[in-house]
Design a protein around this ligand. Sequence first.
Ligand SMILES: *Cc1c(COP(=O)(O)O)cnc(C)c1O
Length: 863
Amino acid sequence: MKPIRTFNVRPHLPQRLEPLRELAYNLYWTWNTEAIALFRRLDPELWEQTNHNPVALLGRIRQDRLLDAAADNGFLAQMERVISQFQEYAQPVQTWYQQTRTAAPPSECIAYFSLEFGLTECLPIYSGGLGVLAGDHLKSASDLGLPLVGVGLLYQKGYFSQYLSADGWQQERYPSNDFYTLPLKLITTPQGEELHICVDYPNRDVQARIWQVQVGRVPLYLLDTNLPENSAYDQQITDYLYGGDMDLRIHQEMLLGIGGVRLLRSLGLRPTVYHMNEGHSAFLSLERIRQLIAEDHLSYDEALQVVQASQLFTTHTPVPAGIDLFPADKVTYYVGHYAEAFNLSQQEFLSLGRVNPGAFQEPFSMANLAIHTASFVNGVSALHGEVSRQMFQGLWPNLPPTEVPITSITNGVHARSRVSEPLQYLLDIYLGPQWSDAPLADPLWSRVSSIPDEELWRIHEICRYQLVMFVRSRLQRMLQEQGASSAELTQAAEVLDPTALTIGFARRFATYKRATLFLRDVERLRRILLGAVPVKTGSQQRRPIVQFVIAGKAHPKDNPGKELIQEIIHFTHQEGMANHIAFIPDYDMHVAKMMVAGCDVWLNTPLRPQEASGTSGMKAAMNGLPNLSTLDGWWDEADYVKTGWAIGHGETYDDRHYQDQVEANALYERLERDVIPLFYDRDENGVPRGWVQKMKAALSLNTPQFNTARMVREYAHRGYFPASDRYFTLKENNYAAAKELARWKAHVFEHWYSIQIISVETSAEHNLEVNELVEVKAVIALGALLPNDVQVILFQGRVNEAGTLEEACPTLMTFVGTTPEGYSLYTAEISYDTSGHQGIALQLLPRHAYLSHPYEMGLVLWA
Ligand SMILES: *Cc1c(COP(=O)(O)O)cnc(C)c1O
């Protein structure tokens, strides 16, 4: 039956509870533990049933329960506390941004684009780490007062929810999201009609409406094409996250990039910076260039300067297969009309997404498009930065990989969203409430050592106990759905030991993460689990048993990933194992939160260097868990001695089988020699003193460092502020500087390869003493270019066995005048502070005040 009219029915709240409505619609509550407690207190059962959704809770709660609450002074007092915190947050006296960006341009605005956002479990528009990172980025931007807005898609069915067949094979279910009972607001025109934007696809226009999620002070705008105006195909563009075929993916990415730019414009926003979180949104560059050409009458080259100067791109995968590649004919079909708008040939246009402009067979890479249209590009850990420089080296063919202009900003997590309620309470008391944003250098971190061991340990034990209860209830629910016998249900009510060493592993079941590495030697594992490892147990004589809690989804099309899940389930069915290993179905942000607080150690076994960063280990560390991990991603740069243990030494072997063998062995040894003995070494009060030291080190060293407060500050200082400044510079006086830069670049491109290095002379010949000054003179024929158009850099360093300079250090050479022949003369003085076989090299780069960095044009000359 089709309705003839629809209504949007709002819950009726008693007058005194009215403030709850605004709180329910602002995700601020997701990181205020007292706000969560308040909603739970209204109706604990319904709170669980609604998957922690306060909007649905207020809509479905019985009216008499609301009336009770409105007459309950305890409840009202708690509500007032939360509401006043909320109001203070919404209208701060001074934010970090206001303090830091004192010379901020008046209308600074950063637009952050991502295909997924993980903000809370009741808003299932994320699949994993990328989305959770984007969600935490918004939350910290809000905390810091950054003028940032998010842009994404609102999925009708989102990412799948997971359940398992009795034989352990992953099944997928796609519950439909009811947008009207989620913390979302539809954007309407002043006349009260839905505001629509329109994106042109081949032979038709597609309409989308805009939903807003309020994340503290930061708005997130989400596009939705499920409208009667659209065809059946177009309605389902926003059905699934990472579902469908390549054509659907292109549709989604056009909607995100092109539609996203249009939505900001239709809201009257004029961002000064655009941040592409992964390459999915890179079509936004095309739309921005088109608008600049059509509305501000810039040429393509001029528009490109403006766009590039003001954009950032963050890459998240070190695996080439993880990058969107589209065949050229599809790109021409879907977005080829931009080539006409840009006055480019199709081949020139396609080169925006290629490494080699002339390679007609080369697919179009969204990452290449993003890099070609950004002036700040970064990976998400130091190691991933290195890998990315190698991976994208082809875009800068004249540069050694170390010089490729891709930097790194290590990921983080949002502390207030990730740390368990009781631990937040403890840290607030001992460190003060600023701990959640405080940098590593803040003296408050030294106060971690003053937290009594016993208190920290008891709080952690509460979290473990809560996790075990949670696992039991989830398992029972799963067994009930599978139609299990009552004996099985009874058994599930007793799995795991709330006092035993609990190892956690939860992540996507992508094969490189090697979820089953710990199963490699089943007999040795069984001995470990059953407590056969000898330890000194202090006054408490007990068997040092060990248990695993595991969770994670495999992508619906990833059968090898599903096989790994099944392998684990089969192992739990082995004799005596059900009490030692539990798989929690349907991993989501809530399961993650329970696990990172209630496990004792966080296990991570990716194949180096395929884990770009990894963030669940950071969440665990913030809850005081030591990490046990291969040296990959963030863990490679953490203090893996004080705050946990390393598996292996970061070596890679060509033979994958051998690699697994070596690292599984290293994992068992770590458990047997270090982890288990330390955990079970108790004092007379049952407190494992050595273990608590590791917990404290994890808290004081990793919380400030692997925190999105640190991360977003870094993006602001290194990326957003400079990009915004460049944007304003290029835009002023009707884009005068952009026009000048485009003209100058064209001139330099034309004459660059006529530059000749005539001679390089040194004041000393072959033999030198340490610290002896050497004068270097370079004579260069610049042709049509001026001395100011280039910078000449002298590198000095040790010559290695291969005959190349090592750890070369640069000196900028000074232009001193013109020789009688009309050549330019540059000089520098150098000396060596160590002896040995040393050398020099000379590099020429373009120079202009408006370039964001000297490698922007990809032009380099070496002598
Ligand atoms: C944190 C988180 C992730 C990312 O964890 P990794 O360690 O990066 O794999 C994935 N899914 C959920 C639900 C999370 O909370």
